[in-house]
Design a protein around this ligand. Structure first.
Ligand code: HGY
Ligand code: MN
Ligand code: MN
Length: 412
């Protein structure tokens, strides 16, 4: 790889792995699917090209390991291989490819590191197929709740079943827990998914903190009825109830500083033109930099759902299916990353992340730091998501400098 441009090589690889997707606009690569398997094949090749030993753990995390001296600690890097539906080609997977290019380049320069490095490609960070997320980092941190294996996708397949069909044995998950004493930390590279770096005219930034998040599923049950013979006053319309809840969630969040709430999914039964909807199910996602604000909003939304249901004579079931507290990035690791960025590319900036990441859960295992890469117009979770080859090339330079700086710090 000695004479190639890492930014252009990253763009080439991202174009290639974007094909590991369901048909349709953008990238749709959900965990434990044929698309995931196709991506794993490509990433394995790139890990081998970088001279790493490749294996997959019981959580479906693909691990490329560069050994260090006997007994040396390990630096973890990487991100997630999965995408949202019709998402972009950079979210997650770019954070797997860039560290591989940095390691490959250092190896070609004859630089050996006094520590081991593992590049991790986590199977499921988005939590789009199953109503939970971050299984990979949570199993490494020992915080994974095994009951999540019973959660089901839209086809009724449980997470545990999908893993077994993929060739994994979920009973091995508890054994994945890592000993934090063997780790130097976890550094994740990720497209910013926001407009700040572009606005500042910078290629990379250092993340200060990652927002907290929780997800709820609310099911409202009324009475399916004939649209032509049921008077308005006698209806128990589950969709009208859901619509009232959607607007109540929106106006609540608009009134609380720092709070974001989103209804992203809504299912309707029987979902036909001439029947009053008898049942609706909606997802409500709540995010805030501060966990108290987020948890209070979660409680408030549950109460709103209950009040609307009571007034409309609907039955209501509210379930919080996923939560991940806000995460502060480790100051020392972030300082070293910032120093590396200043040395490698000059200016940089510190910024918070409104998106959640694998680092959110890795922070329960070891110190974490994140390197953001500029995102065109801040567009993400969208086929138009884009990071330039130039910014990605500069991010590779930062990662190389960070690895060298870590070696220097360990040897001093
Ligand atoms: O939704 C998020 O913040 C992340 O992309 N999973
Ligand atoms: Mn992501
Ligand atoms: Mn995402």
């Amino acid at each position: 790889m000695a004479d190639i441009d890492p930014g252009r090589e990253a763009a080439r690889r991202l174009d290639r792995i974007a094909q590991a997707s369901e048909a349709g606009a953008g990238v749709t690569r959900l965990p434990f699917t044929a698309q995931h398997r196709a991506a794993v094949e490509l990433i394995s090749t790139w890990m081998q090209d970088a001279g790493l030993a490749v294996r997959m753990d019981a959580a479906g995390t693909l691990i490329g390991r560069q050994e260090g001296p006997d007994g040396a600690a390990t630096l973890l890097m990487g991100s997630h291989q999965d995408s949202v539906r019709n998402g972009g080609a950079f979210d997650g997977i770019m954070g797997v490819i860039l560290p591989l290019l940095a390691l490959e380049s250092l190896r070609d320069m004859g630089v050996s590191l006094p520590f081991a490095v593992e590049v991790l490609a986590f199977a499921d960070e988005e939590g789009v197929r199953f109503p939970t997320a971050l299984m990979g980092p949570r199993t490494l941190a020992g915080t994974f709740d095994m009951s999540a294996l019973d959660l089901r996708d839209a086809n009724g397949t449980s997470l545990g079943q999908a893993m077994r069909e993929y060739g994994l044995d979920p009973t091995d998950l508890p054994g994945l827990r890592r000993d934090p004493r063997t780790l130097l930390g976890y550094v994740e590279t990720h497209i910013e998914q926001g407009p700040v770096l572009q606005h500042e005219g910078l290629p990379v930034g250092i993340v200060t903190a990652i927002c907290g998040i929780e997800r709820h599923i609310v099911t409202l049950t009324g009475q399916a009825a004939h649209a032509g013979t049921t008077p308005m006053s006698l209806r128990r319309d589950a969709l009208a109830g859901a619509a009232e809840l959607v607007l109540a969630v929106e106006s609540h969040a608009a009134g609380v500083p720092g709070l974001l709430a989103t209804v992203g999914q809504l299912s309707i039964e029987p979902n036909v033109v001439n029947a009053v909807p008898g049942r609706t199910s909606l997802t409500i996602e709540v995010r805030a930099p501060d966990d108290g604000t987020r948890e209070a909003a979660g409680r408030e939304i549950t109460a709103m759902a209950r009040d609307i249901a009571t007034r409309r004579q609907l039955a209501v079931v509210s379930e919080r299916t996923y939560a991940q507290p806000a995460t502060r990035c480790d100051p020392d690791l972030s300082d070293r990353l910032e120093k590396a960025a200043r040395r490698a590319v000059g200016q940089t900036v510190r910024l918070a992340s409104g998106a959640t990441h694998d680092a959110s859960a890795m922070a329960d295992l070891c110190p974490v730091a994140m390197l953001f890469v500029a995102c065109r117009d801040g567009v993400s979770h969208n086929p138009r998501e884009h990071a330039s080859a130039s910014a990605m090339g500069q991010a590779v330079l930062v990662l190389k400098e960070f690895l060298r700086q870590t070696a220097a710090d360990l040897s001093s």
